[in-house]
Write a protein that binds this ligand. Sequence first.
Ligand SMILES: [Zn+2]
Length: 479
Amino acid sequence: MKSFLWLILAGLLLLPGALLRADGLPDLGESDRAGLSPQAERRLGEQIMQEIRRDPAYLDDPEVAGYVSQLGQRLASHAEGVRPAFEFFVVKDAMLNAFALPGGYIGVHTGLILAARTESELAAVLAHEISHVTQSHLARLFGKQSQAQLAVLLSMAVAILAARSNPDVAIGAALSGQAAGIQQQLNFSRDFEREADRLGLNMLEQAGYDTRGMASFFERMLQFGRLYENNAPGYLRTHPLTTERITDMENRIAQRPYRQVVDSVEFGLVRAKLKAQDGTPGEAVADFATQLKSGKYARETDARFGYAHALLRDNKLAEAENEVATLRRLKLESPLLEGLTAQLRLKRKDGAGALQILHAAVQRYPHARALTYALIDAQIGAGEARAALALTQKELQLTPGDARLYALQAKTYARLGQRLHQHRAQAEAYLADGLLNPAIEQLDQASRAGDGDFYEQSQVDARLRELKQRRLEELRRRR
Ligand SMILES: [Zn+2]
C-alpha cells in the first residue's frame, strides 16, 4: 500500500478543471469554509472508506484500532473548528505515513505507530491531521464541486485504488506518471501546514501530551527522508516539511512550560503487538527472544507481551502462557492482557476458560470494546447464542451503528437458524460501513426468508423500501 492518500489525492486532482485554483486558496479565517459542503465531504470520504475497508492492508484489529481511536478522540475533543464524527483507522504499511480523508476519516500506517518513540509523538501526528480536518483544508483544496464532478472524482479515486492492487494495469502507471508531475500542487500548502502545526500543538497541550513530541518526531521524519530516499516517509509528500516549520514549532514549544508525560500502558502494548505481526512467526519469536535476553527494551512488560503474541502466532502455546504468567507477576494490568489470555484459551479449545476470563474482563474494563467483541464471539463459539444475542442487543443500544456488532449479531442468528434476522442484521452491518447495495441485497434475502412473523416481515419490507429510496436519491444526486 504505497503512498496511499497521495494517490487518491493525485487522482482527485488530475481531473480536468477541477480542484486547483489558480488564484490561490481562500484566506485561512476560522469560519471561512469555501469548498465542499460538510455533507458532500462526508459522502466522498465514506465512499473512499468503502474501498479502503476492502483493502487487505486495512488493519481489522479492534484492539489496535480501538487504541488509536481513543487517542484520536481524546485529541479531537480539544479541537477548535469543524468537528465531524471522526473515525480513526490503521493501515498495515511500513512507510511512515498518516493522512486525513475528506469527512473526518484519519488513517495511520503501522510504520508510523512503530516509529513513534513516545505516545506524545504519535499524538502529535494525529493532532496535526485532525487540524487539517477541523480547518476544512481538504474541502478547501477540493474547491466547490458539482455533484457530477464529485462522482467523477470518486470513480477516479476508485480506479486508482483498484490499479494499486493490480500494478500491471496500464492506467495505474499512467496515473502515477501524471501524479508525479502535479505532486507539488497537490500537497497541502505551507499555510495549511503551519496552521495544522499551530492548532495541533494547542490540541496536544490541552489533551495533556508533551508538546515537544511534535518537533522531535517531525525532525526525525525529515532526517529519515534525507537518509533513505526510497523509503522516505510518505508523510513528507503530502505534508511538505521544512526546517523552517520545525523551527517554528520549536519556538512555540519553547514558550510553553515543560511537562513530563508518561506514556499509557496501551501505547507500549499496542506497538509490541504490531511488532509481533512482523515477518514470519519464527522471526518475530526470535526478535523478541533476543530483545529479552539482551535487556534492550524500554519496558520489560512490552517486550514480554510482544513475545507472547509472537509465540501465539507460532503456535507455542505453553511458552506463551508462561509469558502471560510472568506478565501477571510483573503486575501488568490491561484489557490487552485479558484479550491475549482469552485468545490462548480459545486456541487450546478451552471455550469455558475463555468465557470466564472475558466475562470478568468486560466487567473490569467496560470501555474496552475489543473485549466485548471477543466475549460475544466466544459465546457464539460455546453455543451460548442466546447470551450472545442479548449482549449484542444491549451493546447496540449503547453504540448504534457499530458494524462489527451487527456482523456478530448476524453470525449469532445464523447459528440459531433464524434467516430473516440473520440477513437483516447483516444488512445493518453493511449499511454501517456505507455499503448500500449489499445491504439492499441482504434485506431482499431477509424479506424472502419467510421465517419471520407478520410484524418482523413488515419491518424488513419497510426498511428495504427506505434503502431503495435512498439509493434512488443517491443516483439522482450523482447525475
Ligand atoms: Zn499536514
